[in-house]
Design a binder for this molecule. Structure first.
Ligand code: LIP
Length: 264
C-alpha cells in the first residue's frame, strides 16, 4: 500500500485502538479468567477487545482478513490484506493488575508488514509505524539506542511461560545474557518490550516460542526505528508460525544470536 494511504489509515485505526483500550479498565471482565493451558490465560477483556476491533476494522477495510489470538486462524490466506491482532498482549500481567499490557495490531499486505500499532492503555503510550515512514511514540519520532556492546546494554529476556519443558535453555540464555550486560529485564508483554527497544529504553529483547500476534506490529515499529528483528536462527521472522525473536538496535543482534547459539 502507498505511504500516504497507510498514513491516513493509521490515523483512523489508531483512534479505534485507543477506544478499544478503554475496555482494559473493566474490572469485572478482568476477573473473568479462563484457562487455555496450564499457564496460558484468556479473560473477557481479550474477547471484548477482539470483538470490538473485528467489527470496527471490517468497516475500515472490508476485504481484509482478520487473524487474532483468541480465534481459529486456520483459514487465513497469504495474499491480500490481513490484520494481525493480539487483543491483550500480556494477559498474565492483566489478571495480576501488573499494569504492562498492550493491544498489538499489525496490517500485513501480500506477506509484508505495512503498519504496526502497539497501545499501552495504562501509560497512554501509542507506538506506531507505517512501512518506510519511521516510528513514533504518541506522535513523536523514536529511534533505537546507540549501544555497541552487550557490556553497555540493558537486555530483556522473555521466559516463554507456555514452554516449561524448555525452561532450562530459557534460563540458561537469561543467565548468559546477564553475565554479559548491565542487567536483565522481563516485562511480560513481548510487543511492549520490543517497542521499548524501538524507543531506546532497552537495547535488545529476545524470547523463544512467540506467536505472530505477539510480535508482528512491534517488528515493524523496531525496524522503522532503525533496529532489527530476526528469528532465533538469524533468518526472517514468520507471520504464520511460532518463532523465537531477537530484536535489538541492530548492532547487538549478532552478539545476541551468538549467546543463543550456546544456550538453546
Ligand atoms: C504473552 C507475551 C509474553 C510471553 C508469552 C505470551 P499473551 O502474550 O507477550 O511476554 O512471554 O509467551 O505470548 O499470551 O499475553 O498475549
Amino acid at each position: 500500500m502507498e505511504k500516504e494511504r497507510l498514513e491516513s489509515l493509521l490515523c483512523e485505526v489508531s483512534e479505534i485502538v485507543r477506544q478499544a483500550g478503554k475496555i482494559f479498565f473493566d474490572k469485572q471482565d478482568a476477573e473473568n479468567v479462563y484457562l487455555k493451558g496450564k499457564t496460558d490465560f484468556v479473560t473477557d477483556i481479550d474477547y471484548g477487545v477482539q470483538e470490538f476491533l473485528k467489527e470496527k476494522l471490517s468497516k475500515v477495510l472490508p476485504n481484509a482478513e482478520f487473524m487474532s489470538e483468541e480465534k481459529d486462524n486456520s483459514d487465513i490466506g497469504t495474499n491480500g490484506a490481513v490484520w494481525i491482532l493480539d487483543p491483550v498482549d500480556g494477559t498474565t500481567n492483566l489478571i495480576h493488575n501488573f499494569c504492562h499490557s498492550t493491544i498489538s495490531l499489525a496490517l500485513e499486505v501480500s506477506g509484508e508488514l505495512n503498519m504496526g500499532i502497539v497501545f499501552d492503555p495504562y501509560h497512554d503510550e501509542m507506538f506506531t509505524a507505517v512501512k518506510n515512514g519511521g516510528s513514533f511514540l504518541n506522535g513523536k519520532r523514536i529511534t533505537v539506542s546507540e549501544a555497541e556492546k552487550l557490556e553497555d546494554s540493558l537486555i530483556s529476556v522473555g521466559s516463554a511461560p507456555g514452554y516449561r519443558s524448555e525452561a532450562d535453555s530459557t534460563f540458561k540464555l537469561m543467565r548468559m545474557m546477564y553475565d554479559r550486560c548491565h542487567d536483565i529485564r522481563r516485562v511480560g508483554s513481548a510487543s511492549l518490550e520490543m517497542c521499548y527497544v524501538a524507543a531506546g529504553r532497552l537495547d535488545g529483547y529476545t524470547e523463544n516460542n512467540l506467536k505472530p500476534w505477539d510480535y508482528a506490529a512491534a517488528a515493524l515499529i523496531v525496524r522503522e526505528a532503525g533496529g532489527s528483528v530476526c528469528a532465533f536462527d538469524g533468518g526472517e521472522i514468520s507471520l504464520r508460525n511460532i518463532c523465537g525473536i531477537v530484536s535489538s538496535n541492530g548492532r547487538l543482534t549478532p552478539m545476541i544470536l551468538d549467546v543463543i547459539k550456546y544456550s538453546v
